[in-house]
Design a protein around this ligand. Structure first.
Ligand SMILES: [Zn+2]
Length: 292
C-alpha cells in the first residue's frame, strides 16, 4: 500500500460576507495551564473540561483573519511570531500558502496588544513584517501599554511580557499608526470598543449587503469553559470584573441578534453562532462550508 500523506489541511478557511471575503488563518495553538483561570474554582474548571471531553490543560486556538474588500487587503491580528514556542507562529506560513506577500497587506487591525495578537508584527530582529501597512487600533490600547505608572504597578514578568512587549511591537509602526475611539475604520469594518480584557480591547463588525460578522476579540479564551461560565476570567485580563461584564454583554448581543461570530480563540476555523440554552449559552460552530 502506498504511503498516505498525513499532513493536515492548512489552517486556512474562507467565508464570504456579502462582497467581502474573510479568511480565517491559524497561527497555531497553545495548551494553557488551568492555573491561568481566575474567579472560578480550578477543580470545577477541570470537571467542566472533562465533561466536555477536553484536555484539562485547555487548548487555546490562536487565529487571525484576512479581510479582502474592494481590492484591499487587511489583516486582523498578526499571531505571535516566534515568541511563544513551536505550536504557534504559523501565520506567515499560512499567508505564503495563500500566495500572499505580507508586504502587500495594506492595513493591520488589532483587537488589542497581547503577545498572541501583536508579537507577529515584527521579526526576531525587530524589523516590521508588514512593511507597507498602516496599523489600526484603539487609542487607549496604545496609551495603556505606554503608561509607565501602570507598568510600575504590575509584577516584573507582566511588565516585560505585556508592557515592554507591546512597546517593542508598536515602535516600528509608530509613524504609520491610525488610532481610533470607535466607528467605521475601513469600508465595511466598524470598531466596537469592548474594554475589560485590556483597556482598548475592540471587536470589529464586518458588514456587506445584508450579511454581518463580528470578530469579537478575546471575549473568551477557553470557549468550553467560559461560554457556560462567563464569570471565569484569565490572569492576563487587565480588569477581571470589566472583562466578565463585557463577556455577558457581548453574549447577550450576539445571541439576541443571531450574529455570526469569529474569535482569535474560538476553535479553528471559528465561525460560530451563540444561542441561549437552559439559562446560559451554547456555541454552535458553523458546519464546514465547501464554497466560501
Ligand atoms: Zn489572546
Amino acid at each position: 500500500m502506498s504511503e498516505i500523506d498525513q499532513d493536515q489541511v492548512p489552517g486556512i478557511y474562507h467565508h464570504r460576507i456579502g462582497d467581502i471575503l474573510v479568511t480565517a488563518l491559524s497561527d497555531g495553538y497553545l495548551d494553557v495551564p488551568l492555573d491561568a483561570i481566575r474567579n472560578f474554582p480550578v477543580d470545577q474548571a477541570r470537571d467542566v473540561l472533562t465533561a466536555n471531553c477536553r484536555p484539562v490543560a485547555p487548548r487555546c486556538s490562536v487565529n487571525a483573519f484576512l479581510v479582502r474588500s474592494g481590492g484591499r487587503l487587511a489583516l486582523i491580528e498578526t499571531g505571535s511570531g516566534n515568541t511563544m514556542g513551536p505550536t504557534l507562529g504559523w501565520l506567515p506560513k499560512n499567508l505564503r500558502r495563500l500566495g500572499i506577500d505580507p508586504a502587500k497587506i495594506e492595513t493591520v487591525l488589532l483587537t488589542h496588544m497581547h503577545p498572541d495578537h501583536s508579537n507577529g508584527l515584527t521579526d526576531d530582529a525587530g524589523a516590521p513584517l508588514f512593511p507597507e501597512c498602516e496599523l489600526v487600533l484603539h487609542e487607549e490600547e496604545v496609551a495603556h501599554w505606554h503608561d509607565d505608572a501602570r507598568m510600575a504597578r504590575v509584577p516584573e514578568r507582566q511588565a516585560v511580557r505585556y508592557f515592554q512587549g507591546a512597546r517593542i511591537q508598536f515602535a516600528p509602526y509608530r509613524d504609520r499608526a491610525r488610532l481610533f475611539r470607535s466607528g467605521e475604520v475601513l469600508p465595511g469594518i466598524t470598531a466596537m470598543p469592548i474594554p475589560g480584557h485590556t483597556p482598548g480591547h475592540t471587536a470589529y463588525l464586518i458588514s456587506s449587503g445584508s450579511e454581518s460578522l463580528l470578530v469579537w476579540g478575546d471575549v473568551v479564551h477557553f470557549p468550553d469553559l467560559q461560554i457556560p461560565h462567563p464569570e471565569a476570567c484569565m490572569e492576563f485580563d487587565s480588569d477581571s470584573a470589566a472583562a466578565a461584564a463585557t463577556r455577558r454583554r457581548v453574549f447577550d448581543m450576539v445571541a439576541t441578534d443571531r450574529l455570526l461570530i469569529v474569535g482569535p480563540h474560538l476553535h479553528f476555523p471559528a465561525f460560530s453562532y451563540l444561542v441561549r440554552d437552559a439559562g446560559g449559552y451554547r456555541l454552535l460552530p458553523e458546519p464546514w462550508r465547501f464554497v466560501p
